[in-house]
Structures are given as C-alpha cells and as structure tokens.
Ligand binder design. Structure first.
Ligand SMILES: [Fe+2]
Length: 302
C-alpha cells in the first residue's frame, strides 16, 4: 500500500530497488556481511519488522504513534496482544530514518522544483538528520519487546505516504481559492476534527484566511522528517503558493515567510493517525481487532 501511494510510483520504486541491487553486487564479501538485505526489497528503511517473538496468527494488535517501553508494559497488562505496531520509527527503522528522505526530492520535483536543486539541498539536510538520529538510543523499545516477548513492527513512511496520497487526491478534487477555504475543508476530516477538540487542529502558520492559496503542494507530509529550510525560496520560484504540512520548525517558518509561501499545518499526530487509519482499515477488514494507544486517533472508514 505504501508503494502504491508513493509519489515515485511503482516504476520509480522498482528502479530504486534495482539500483540498490547493483550497488550490493559491487560490494566486497566483507562489506556484504554488514549489508541490510531488507533494503533490496523494502524501499522504506523506517518501516520494518523489529522483533519476532512468536510466529502466530495476528488477531489483536496494539497500535500507537510512539511505542516506548511504557506501551510494551501496557500490552502485557491488557493481555492477548499478538502484535504491537508503532508509527514512529524505532530500532533499525530509526537508525536509518534519513534514507527515506530521498523521497522528498521526487515530491519536490513533482511540484516543479528542478531535481538537481531538490537533490542538492536535500542531500545536505539528509546528512544532518543521519548524524542526529545516530546519537539516539535506538534499541530501547525493541529490548523491552524482546524481554516481554512481543512481536513488534514500525510503519512510518509506508503510512505517511497513505496520508499524503489521501490529502493530495482530496485537495486536487477541490479548487480552494483562499487559505480559509482550505482550512475549513481540513477541519471536516475526522482525525483533524478530533484534534481540534483538544486544541491541536489545523492552523495557518504563514498567511491569513483571506490570502489566496495559489498552487497547493503536499511537500511536507511524507519523506521522513523536515527537509531543508532553503527550499522555500526554490518552491516559490517553482510556482508553489501554499504548503500543507504536518508540523514546522521556527527556522522553516521564517524561511517560508521570507519566500511568501503560505503554510497550513494540518497537525502532526492527527496526520500520522490519518495515514495509519487507512492501513488499519485493511487489517480491520481482515478481522483483526485494533486497540489504539499513544495518541492514535482511530477513525474507521470501513
Ligand atoms: Fe510523525
């Protein structure tokens, strides 16, 4: 599902995996020993199986946006949990988070930013993110799952792709004139409506309700984490008027302002929930019971 919703399309993903296969073939025997073979089949380095405690049919899953040792203990307390699913990457998925950011080059290119410019600015930022995640305690939650005997997986970009595709299709169906119209539309989406109730609903970060949207781009929903702040100027030149994102840092916000790009923040945990829900609906259809936790706003579209 993550591949089908990807901005690169099935063909683009096929080419990416083929390139990785060729890279692998060229490695020495010594280098091959440390190569993560899953990279050859799975394009999403931040979505993977982290612990297999027991091979059993999955009937009941505990699903959360962030799974930490507390949620593993929660699963034990609830009982009869066959699998725990985290949205945000943990373990090896977190250590390799930066790899999925390459996707952002293609997303930007889709909206008109020249690929050489997107790659130049993104690769600098990917290096920063790689060094940042390197310092983290990657295995903490995985260790808890091992000790208590739980199956554990994480699904990050695979599901963020589903949220991006959903929003892109909906936004392209409509022709929003002003930011206020776009905001009103987002607030009708159940996950965002729920978030609104606790004060975390969609907000305009740059621009105002009366401002016109221009071309709306979904450049900040999928692709790991925030891209380069230097991109806003390039996006403005490429003809983008408004960016819809999950979250934005102050530095990025300032750059967007300077480039006159409007920014509508749909919401972080609510957008993560939207993508997860589209996948979870498939599980539900297959008779799997879903227990949401850790911020997941569960909405069924079945
Ligand atoms: Fe997230």
């Amino acid at each position: 599902m993550g591949i089908d919703a990807d901005f690169r399309g099935r063909e683009g993903i096929k080419r990416l995996l083929e390139r990785r296969r060729q890279e692998y073939e060229r490695l020495s025997e010594e280098e091959k020993k440390f190569y993560d073979l899953e990279r050859l089949e799975n394009p999403f380095s931040d979505s993977r199986i982290l612990n297999v405690a027991n091979e059993k049919d999955v009937k009941r899953v505990l699903v959360g946006i962030d799974i930490e040792p507390a949620e593993i203990l929660l699963a034990k307390e609830i009982g009869n949990i066959d699998l725990i699913i985290s949205h945000h990457p943990i373990g090896r998925g977190l250590a390799n988070l930066h790899e999925v950011m390459e996707l952002q080059c293609d997303v930007l290119n889709y909206y008109g930013v020249p690929i050489n410019v997107a790659e130049g600015l993104m690769f600098e930022r990917i290096g920063e993110v790689a060094r940042g995640v390197n310092a983290r305690n990657h295995q903490r939650t995985v260790d808890a799952a091992k000790i208590l005997g739980f199956n554990l997986i994480c699904l990050h970009t695979a599901c963020d792709n589903l949220a991006a595709k959903f929003l892109k299709d909906e936004i392209e169906k409509n022709d929003f004139e002003r930011l206020g119209d776009l905001l009103k539309f987002l607030r009708e989406i159940p996950e965002y409506k729920e978030a609104e109730k606790i004060g975390a609903g969609p907000k305009i970060y740059v621009g105002s309700p009366e401002r016109r949207c221009g071309k709306i781009a979904l450049t900040e929903i999928t692709g790991g984490t925030e891209g380069s702040p230097k991109l806003y100027e390039k996006m403005a030149i490429a003809g983008i008027g408004t960016v819809v994102g999950m979250h934005i840092s102050e530095e990025h916000k300032k750059e967007a302002e300077a480039a006159n790009i409007n920014v509508v923040i749909a919401g972080h945990i609510s957008s993560d929930s939207l993508g997860m829900n589209i996948f979870l609906d498939k599980l539900e259809k297959n008779g799997i019971e879903i227990i949401p936790c850790s911020g997941l706003i569960r909405v069924s579209r079945n």
